[in-house]
Design a protein around this ligand. Structure first.
Ligand code: HEC
Length: 175
C-alpha cells in the first residue's frame, strides 16, 4: 500500500531538517503512538512515548522482518512532566537498508536530549545505539504492537480473555 501521503513520510535524514520536522510534530499526523508516555526501561530519560510510522505498522501486521526501507520509529522524551505537550528530546530510528540488509548499518539513528538539537547523536549504524537495539525485533525494542484493523491480521478466534480483563492486565503489565 503506498503511504506517500504527507504525514506518513519517513523522518528526514539531514539533521537540521529532521529537527525541524520533529519540533513541528509532523509524525503526529499519521504515525501510531503508544497509548501514553511511560517510564523508560532504557537510557533515554524519564518518560518516553514511541510513535510507529505507517510502514512499520504494516510490516508488524504482516509479520514482515526485517522491516522495509524507510520503516521508522520516533521516540518522544520527557524528563519532567510526562503529560507535557512538547517533548524535551527525541530519538529516531529509520531503516535505510533494503530488506536483504541486516545488522546495525541497516538503520539510521538520531537522538537529542534538547529541543535545540545540540550534541545530538547522528549517523548510520551507530554502535552506541545499535549494540543495545540489536536485542530487539529487527532493532525495535518497544513491545507495543498497534492493533491492526485493516483486515489481514484480523483475529478469527475470539480472544481467550474478555477485553475488560485484558486491559487490566495490560495496565499492570510490563511496558
Ligand atoms: C542500553 C540500551 C539502549 C541504548 C544504548 C539505546 N537504546 Fe534506544 N531504546 C532502549 C529501550 C529499552 C527502548 C524501549 C523503550 C524504553 O524503555 O525506552 C528503546 C527505544 C528506542 C526507540 C523507539 C523504538 C524502539 O526500538 O523501541 C528509538 C527510536 C531509540 N530507542 C533510539 C535510540 C538511539 C538513536 C540510540 C543511540 C543514540 C539508542 N536508542 C540507544 C534501549 C537503548
Amino acid at each position: 500500500m503506498p503511504s506517500k501521503k504527507r504525514g506518513a513520510a519517513p523522518p528526514p535524514i539531514a539533521p537540521s531538517r529532521l529537527l525541524r520536522w520533529l519540533r513541528k510534530g509532523k509524525y503526529r499526523e499519521r504515525y501510531v503512538p503508544e497509548p501514553a508516555a511511560h517510564p523508560s526501561a532504557g537510557p533515554h530519560g524519564g518518560y518516553v512515548r514511541t510513535w510507529y510510522s505507517p510502514r512499520l505498522v504494516d510490516d508488524l501486521a504482516a509479520d514482515r522482518e526485517p522491516f522495509r526501507r524507510s520503516a521508522a520509529m520516533v521516540k518522544e522524551l520527557f524528563f519532567g512532566d510526562p503529560g507535557a505537550t512538547q517533548p524535551e528530546g527525541f530519538a529516531v530510528m529509520r531503516r535505510v537498508g533494503g530488506r536483504r540488509r541486516t545488522g546495525p548499518g541497516a538503520w539510521y539513528y538520531y537522538e537529542t536530549l534538547r529541543r535545540d538539537g545540540r550534541n545530538a547523536y547522528v549517523g548510520r549504524g551507530l554502535r552506541v545505539c545499535a549494540n543495545c537495539h540489536a536485542g530487539g525485533r529487527d532493532f525495535l525494542l518497544s513491545e507495543f504492537r498497534p492493533s491492526t484493523e485493516q483486515g489481514s491480521a484480523r483475529e478469527t478466534q475470539p480472544p481467550e480473555v474478555p477485553p475488560s480483563r485484558r486491559s487490566v492486565g495490560a495496565a499492570n503489565g510490563r511496558l
